[in-house]
Design a binder for this molecule. Sequence first.
Ligand SMILES: NC(=O)c1ccc[n+]([C@@H]2O[C@H](COP(=O)([O-])OP(=O)(O)OC[C@H]3O[C@@H](n4cnc5c(N)ncnc54)[C@H](O)[C@@H]3O)[C@@H](O)[C@H]2O)c1
Length: 362
Amino acid sequence: MAAGKDNPRTIKVGIIGTGGIAGAHITGYQKTEGVELYAACDVIKERVEAVAERHGFKKVFTSFEEMVKDPELEVVSVCTPPFAHKDAAIAALEAGKHVLCEKPMALNGDQAQEMVDAYKKVRRKHKNLFSIGFNARWGQSAQTLKRIIDEGELGEVYYGRAVSHRRRGVPGWGVFTNKALNGGGPMIDIGVHALDMALWLMGHPKPVSVYGVTFQKFGKKKNVYNPWGSWDPKKFDVEDAAFAMIRFASGATLQLECSWALNIEKSYSQQIICGTEAGAQMNPFMVFGEKHGALVDTVVPERVTEGQGRAPESTHTLEVEGFIKAVREGAEPLVKPEEGLMVSRIVDAVYESDESGESVRI
Ligand SMILES: NC(=O)c1ccc[n+]([C@@H]2O[C@H](COP(=O)([O-])OP(=O)(O)OC[C@H]3O[C@@H](n4cnc5c(N)ncnc54)[C@H](O)[C@@H]3O)[C@@H](O)[C@H]2O)c1
């Protein structure tokens, strides 16, 4: 039967880096119609072989350079730690593959710029898509809040607060606590999700300056209570909390906070967006306004599933489904590479400002 609307042609996908987050991409591809788990690659041979066997990948590689030569491979998820994102993504893009690269886009803004530049050189020839794994944008509340803001309900948005705090949640696996391989600590790991979400909700205003402060108060201590595993305090060389104020050309301002370890009541993530007509927050999702001479709060229930035909999927699955849909339709992906680059530039500025004690112009 020829491929058609009810019978989409099969898209062959590959994963580079078959560690923790690869599992979420694999689930997403498995739940997406018309996708074949085709190629898996990891520098750890036993790991990639085990993942390939468990999920039925046809081909196994220990070198992404070899994997991207495969002419049948169409879509690649880059799920390595950040130090390998740039080379893996560029190799796949230059080979004509569509690339969904995990966050953070790269170790720093210069690497992210190299990726954008490399993509610009090949995109006309290959017509391939490039997106970054800011999966939180796919959440039901995030999508609703974005619509509320885009329809002008908040008026002129001039203040945002983006938070991703863990009371104790230092990733004890992989290379997360190694500056050279991960690029930094919670700022580049989870702060980027909060930052990307706020920039997107605020309509990607142009940043002009950043004042940032970071702390390393837990990483060098021994025996910190941490349900997410342990680390070697001698090798821990990233921050464990970061705080920043980002100013935009419009005058709007964003306050950003994130931590892997902080002495607060509990871990939480939040977005607060304030405008001249109303404000809104996620977690819990509420809109704060004024009507008939009184203050009015609107509560937006989250995760209401009735009538939607299926339970809410994880944002990773929605992201993967959305990326495959964009590939099929030749549409722009939800997260553009330039937006990932801007996040990386702001993260660089937070670290630079922390070093210098001054605010940094972007
Ligand atoms: N979007 C999210 O919510 C989310 C959640 C967790 C992790 N992540 C991101 O995903 C990425 C991976 O994180 P993880 O927790 O899966 O790490 P991980 O350490 O569990 O897995 C990474 C895998 O990549 C492999 N690898 C390293 N260099 C490679 C190379 N050159 N070629 C092929 N494979 C290589 C490693 O051997 C490892 O198996 C990071 O960028 C992380 O920030 C995103």
